[in-house]
Ligand binder design. Structure first.
Ligand SMILES: Nc1ncnc2c1ncn2[C@@H]1O[C@H](COP(=O)(O)OP(=O)(O)O)[C@@H](O)[C@H]1O
Ligand SMILES: [Mg+2]
Length: 322
């Protein structure tokens, strides 16, 4: 239980934020979100473009968010497809939303083996052959995908030990490992994934409930001594001018800069899901795809094409010095 980890780990003073980071609002009280709503946007320093592929070290990217429907699977599948297609690195996508994973839908991978087939070998140490036999290949990009089990009840057989075995084998196979997670903030499997991650992408939408739960999760990560400032990046999804809380307010409330702001386009995203073609492949110039590429660039800064700020980011003055 995460609670037992909490009680066994000393509760430290909160680390001071680096000078350039915004001060987080005090607590998770919603009044502090209201106060934060008037704050100024601080730009996130994007990884430098043009880094050569040789300097990319292995990345284990965990996409998480305490609320459902914020776009975790959408982001994870688009990231995997974008990086595999453009970098030629070996990319593995692990769908660990064990009771309701949908990564296969986003990539049109509806048949084939799943985690269910790997479970017996995970108990006794996973060979590379077994791992590869349990993955489905996304032909357009070469991404190898571990689909969530078709029988959700099997998720109970997959715990921290199985995760460690799986990731150890995946590390021998892939340079980029992207892990999609269920909507949760407090289970052992998730915290094991967060500990092993080299980069944590925390997704939120600009609505009050999602923001509050994210703040609670960030606070918990700090209490568990996860190096939040080094490896956590917040992505705001489904942003739009009608949202009550602006991106600046989100930053001020969470106390962390936003890595990217992804706008909302239900028609385009629903179509990409319906067709099983990630938006980053089908509509490269779409503002949502451009924002997704900005996140991909942070994971793996090898995209030589400049990532242009999209209209939404410009509207919010993100990416410019105040
Ligand atoms: N930027 C976006 N614009 C429009 N629709 C989106 C966007 N991001 C996600 N969606 C849609 O929102 C729904 C929830 O996304 P999903 O990735 O399944 O969320 P999660 O994995 O966090 O539960 C899906 O129907 C998805 O296609
Ligand atoms: Mg999901």
């Amino acid at each position: 239980m995460v609670v037992s980890r909490l009680s066994s780990s000393p509760v430290p003073e909160y680390e001071p934020l680096p000078e350039e980071a915004p001060e987080g609002a005090e607590g998770t009280d919603i009044r502090s979100l209201r106060r934060a709503a008037g704050a100024e946007v601080l730009p996130f320093r994007q990884n430098r473009r043009g880094t050569s592929p040789e300097v990319i070290t292995q990345q284990i990217v965990v996409v998480c968010g305490p609320k459902g429907g914020v776009g975790k699977t959408f982001l994870a599948s688009n990231l995997a497809a974008a990086i595999a297609e453009r970098s030629k690195l070996q990319v593995g996508l692990l769908d660990l939303d064990l009771a309701g994973g949908e990564a296969g839908l986003y990539l049109d991978l509806l048949e084939g083996p799943s985690l269910q087939d790997l479970l017996p070998s995970l108990k006794g140490g996973l060979s590379q052959d077994h791992l590869l036999a349990g993955l489905v290949i996304h032909r357009p990009t070469g991404t190898r995908v571990l689909l969530s089990p078709a029988r959700p009840e099997l998720s109970e057989a997959f715990g921290v030990g199985e995760y460690q075995t799986l990731v150890a084998a995946a590390r021998r196979e892939f340079q980029i490992i992207i892990v999609d997670t269920p909507s949760a903030a407090d289970n052992d499997l998730l915290y094991e994934a967060l500990e092993t991650a080299t980069l944590i992408l925390l997704l939120t939408t600009p609505d009050t409930a999602s923001l509050r739960r994210c703040k609670v999760m960030i606070d918990l990560m700090k209490r568990l001594n996860l190096p939040v400032h080094e490896k956590l990046r917040v992505v705001l999804n489904l942003a739009g001018p009608s949202a009550r809380v602006t991106p600046a307010g989100v930053q001020a409330f969470l106390g962390l800069r936003l890595l990217a702001i992804i706008g909302e386009d239900r028609k385009a995203v629903d179509t990409s899901l319906f067709e099983g073609i990630p938006l980053v492949l089908s509509h490269r110039q779409h503002p949502v795809a451009i924002s997704l590429m900005k996140v991909a660039n942070e994971v793996c800064p090898i995209f030589l094409e400049p990532v242009r700020p999209n209209r939404l980011a410009r509207a919010f003055n993100i990416g410019r010095r105040a």
